[in-house]
Ligand binder design. Structure first.
Ligand SMILES: [Mg+2]
Length: 232
């Protein structure tokens, strides 16, 4: 039984699209900016992304601006305004190509909002910061959430308790009143459990079998099953 709900974003509400088109936009921009061929430009961005993943895995926020800096550091190509231009391209590339909501996700969040259930988003960000993810959610029909916790804004990613605390503060709720829905055991399930929330693992898009991290209180194959946990 939960009075309020918090949701992960990628692979819970939105399909993760590292999209080939957005990737190519970033590559073309970096190649043009630095006078490189496409292949080495793509390799630079790939290594910057790997830095992001390595930091995220140890609980450190690493933004598009950090990735742009990594690219410029590697080829020693800093110039006035360049860091800002590359970072902006990294952040915005996904917008033009769009995202797809997970089946049933928009309907679920709309129905919860209509029923007066407070809902929050707790999202670890990659290339796209919270500012952009808000736009992406609205673009496919999600209503506004009552609170948001984005790792680039909070300063640390899940499973850090600060992410869950920020969302609950925004909802005016205690951990015991909340259930968190997400796909990853290391971040969503372990983080929610440690913060005192009920953890629900949604495996309809990605089934996380990593047994190095705890299993959730409940495992959902479809988002519609969230309703059962809300009403107990
Ligand atoms: Mg996810």
């Amino acid at each position: 039984m939960a009075r309020v709900l918090t949701f992960d974003c990628w692979r819970t509400l939105l399909h993760e699209r590292v999209g080939a088109a957005a990737r190519r936009d970033r590559t073309v921009m970096v190649a043009w900016e630095l006078g490189l061929d496409l292949e080495p430009a793509d390799a630079l961005i790939q290594r910057a992304w790997e830095h992001h993943v390595a930091r995220w895995t140890v609980g450190v926020s690493y933004t598009s601006r950090d990735m742009a800096r990594a690219v410029l550091d590697e080829v020693d190509a800093h110039a006035p305004g360049r860091l800002e231009r590359i970072a902006a391209c990294f952040e915005e590339a996904i917008v033009e190509h769009g995202v797809t909501p997970v089946e049933g996700a928009v309907d679920l969040v709309c129905r919860l909002r209509d029923a007066g259930v407070p809902v929050a988003l707790i999202c670890d960000t990659g290339f796209s910061p919270g500012r952009v993810v808000r736009k992406l959610l609205a673009s496919v029909g999600f209503p506004a959430f009552d609170a948001y916790a984005f790792s680039d804004e909070v300063g640390v990613p899940k499973p850090h308790g600060a992410m869950f605390a920020a969302a609950l503060r925004g909802l005016g709720a205690q951990p015991a009143e909340a259930a968190h829905v997400g796909d990853l055991r290391r971040t969503d399930v372990a983080g929610a459990r440690a913060a005192g929330l009920t953890a629900l693992r949604f495996r309809g898009v990605f089934d996380d079998t990593d047994e190095n991290h705890p299993e959730a209180h409940g495992v959902l194959d479809a988002l519609a099953q969230v309703a059962e946990w809300r009403t107990g």
